[in-house]
Ligand binder design. Structure first.
Ligand code: NIG
Ligand code: FE
Length: 390
């Protein structure tokens, strides 16, 4: 599950087939053998070249937002930094203002459109964070929108509470008081209404300090939430907190140095690289190669959000990261499938083997290496969720 993987570890089945039942994989193997031993199975025989792989798991997105931050982007490419823009009234707070103005139904519509785009591109499990509400009722509105979209969409959505994205500008009080409010008023409600079982926090200058985050996360953990952290994006510190609270994942890591890399490698916390944010901000990538060499479990996610990562094309981003960081094809696909599932504490998907969910996608090519070679331009022609074509 952890560390580097050579391409010859990939188990490739030529002329392969997958037998599914009730949304699950019963067997993956040689098509003719499967056909003969299951004469009554309904057949979907494919002509022409196809490469079938597991559906992608995008373990970090902020898809539930309204409005655009094209203005921020223009400022950034003209030379202003993400943190400077945030300080002068743009950034996350701008999206909070725009998202608060949207109704729940509008958010559901926006979400469904983005989810549709993602599923067409082979993403069958999508984590979605709140974090543009930043007050109790607005965070609940976002999480309810995610729940409704989940019921209407073919993909599985995994909701996460990110009420601790930044300290909201309209909160009159110290940071401890805001964290108390979230712990005492919001998280119990989320539990009660079954809106999420994961909690995230952004540890950074201009967001939350490592010390405040550690106290907050310890309590959230006692309330039996899974923990994930926006860590080491611009400065190191968050990954240390993530590892010490036993977070399922530490995400971003662009600023992680050797110390952080070794800590993550020695832990069960999945290291999640977000190349879409590096591309959107024009900054360096997370040290994915070093993380794998040190023995970490590496996942890759899109971070799709209106600010730092507006593009949202997971395969394209992963292809680019693999080219710059020198990741093998096996490492890249593992990072988009079963390792990303581990970051969500899911062990029932991401591999085409007996007992796993029949979430699959087929690409029009005859060699698995074509997919990264085309750097995201080659799209799946068939996508299956729990055995059903979507
Ligand atoms: O993962 N870094 C913090 N949060 C998001 C960006 C959200 C935004 O800019 O709206 C991220 O990059
Ligand atoms: Fe993010």
């Amino acid at each position: 599950m952890k560390g580097s993987i050579a391409d010859d570890a990939l188990q490739i089945i030529p002329q392969g087939g997958v037998l599914t039942d009730n949304g699950l994989i019963v067997e993956a193997g040689d098509f003719e053998t499967l056909r003969k031993s299951n004469p009554n199975a309904e057949l979907e025989e494919i002509s022409g070249d196809h490469v079938l792989i597991p559906g992608f798991v995008d373990c970090h997105t902020h898809l539930c937002f309204a409005g655009s931050r094209a203005k921020d982007y223009a400022l950034r490419i003209a030379g202003k930094s993400y943190l400077e823009i945030a300080k002068s009234g743009g950034g996350i707070w701008d999206s909070v203002t725009q998202t608060r103005k949207a109704s729940k139904d509008e958010l559901v519509d926006l979400l469904l459109r983005r989810i549709d785009q993602h599923t067409k591109n082979g993403v069958t499990t999508i984590e979605v964070k709140s974090g543009y509400g930043l007050r109790v009722e607005e965070e609940i509105k976002q999480l309810k929108a995610i729940k409704e979209a989940s019921a209407k969409s073919k993909a599985d959505l995994v909701p996460t509470c990110l009420a601790t994205h930044i300290l909201p500008k309209d909160f009159n009080g110290p940071v401890e008081e805001y964290l108390e409010l979230i712990l005492n008023k919001l998280l119990p409600k989320i539990k009660q209404e079954n809106l999420a079982n994961r909690v995230d926090i952004f540890i950074e200058d201009g967001a939350f300090s490592a010390a405040d985050a550690a106290c907050y996360l310890e309590v959230a953990k006692k309330m039996s939430f899974d923990i994930t952290v926006h860590a080491d994006q611009f400065s190191a510190g968050g990954s240390q907190v993530a590892v010490s609270v036993g977070a399922v994942s530490a995400d971003h890591l662009e600023a992680s140095g050797d110390e952080e890399i070794n800590l993550l490698a020695a832990s069960e916390t999945v290291a999640v690289a977000l190349p879409g944010a590096s591309l959107g901000l024009g900054m360096g990538f997370a040290p994915a190669r070093k993380l794998l060499n040190a023995g970490a479990c590496l996942a890759i996610a899109s971070d799709w959000n209106p600010g730092s990562a507006p593009m949202g094309d997971l395969l394209m981003q992963a292809s680019i990261l693999s080219a710059y960081e020198k990741l093998t094809t096996a490492e890249t696909f593992a990072a988009l499938s079963f390792r990303a599932a581990k970051a969500l504490n899911l062990y029932d998907r991401g591999v085409l083997e007996k007992g796993k969910l029949a979430d699959m996608q087929a690409y029009p090519c005859n060699d698995y290496r074509e997919m990264l070679y085309h750097q995201g331009k080659l799209k799946p022609i068939k996508v299956y969720k729990k055995g059903e074509m979507i």
